[in-house]
Design a protein around this ligand. Structure first.
Ligand SMILES: [Zn+2]
Ligand SMILES: [Zn+2]
Length: 177
């Protein structure tokens, strides 16, 4: 498995390389593997379907990925499985860039043999797509600001107070947006 998860640009076959893989969550979360910090609490294996092709000294890695992990809703605090999916498109070059120009923004220059770890690339993709604040559902009602009841599960008594309560307006404020 681990050999499938890295490749060298220098020895890439002219036909490139294709993958359609489920990377075991234990491998993806393994802190001993790779240089990029691993996201934790994966619910299942990581999906990756993609390819790398070479055009002269340029290499293009592209594909789609999917990760499902446990997150906590910022409104109701309940943990739920969040599916993250994305498209990955990365450009690499072996050796130093010929020009000092703008392609250094989009293209990563690697020294030979140009070892690339798919796990690190996909972890970076996950962090780039990471949302710090997530909700279990767009219609999540959150917690009652007064009694802390999860309003998705129960109606609490507080909402039966009259709206003439001095802080009644606060009830309708949302603090997470
Ligand atoms: Zn929620
Ligand atoms: Zn309440």
């Amino acid at each position: 498995m681990r050999q499938q998860l890295s490749f060298k640009l220098q020895t890439l076959p002219s036909t490139g390389r294709q993958w359609c893989l489920e990377i075991p969550s234990a491998v993806f979360e393994d802190g001993q593997l790779g240089d990029v910090a691993a996201p934790s609490r994966l619910c299942k294996d990581v999906f990756w379907k993609g390819n790398v092709i070479s055009e002269g000294r340029m290499f293009t890695l592209q594909g789609t990925w999917g990760v499902e992990l446990v997150r906590q809703c910022v409104r109701c605090n309940v943990e739920f499985p969040l599916l993250m999916e994305g498209e990955c498109k990365r450009y690499f070059q072996l050796g130093h860039s010929m020009s000092e120009s703008d392609d250094s923004d989009t293209c990563e220059c690697l020294t030979a043999p140009g070892l690339i770890s798919l796990v690190d690339v996909l972890r970076e993709e996950v962090w780039l797509a990471w949302k710090p604040m997530v909700v279990c559902s767009e219609s999540c009602k959150g917690l009652c600001q007064q009694c802390g009841e999860n309003l998705n599960k129960h109606e609490c008594k507080c909402s039966q107070d009259g709206d003439d309560h001095p802080f009644a307006a606060l009830r309708h404020l949302r603090f997470d947006t």
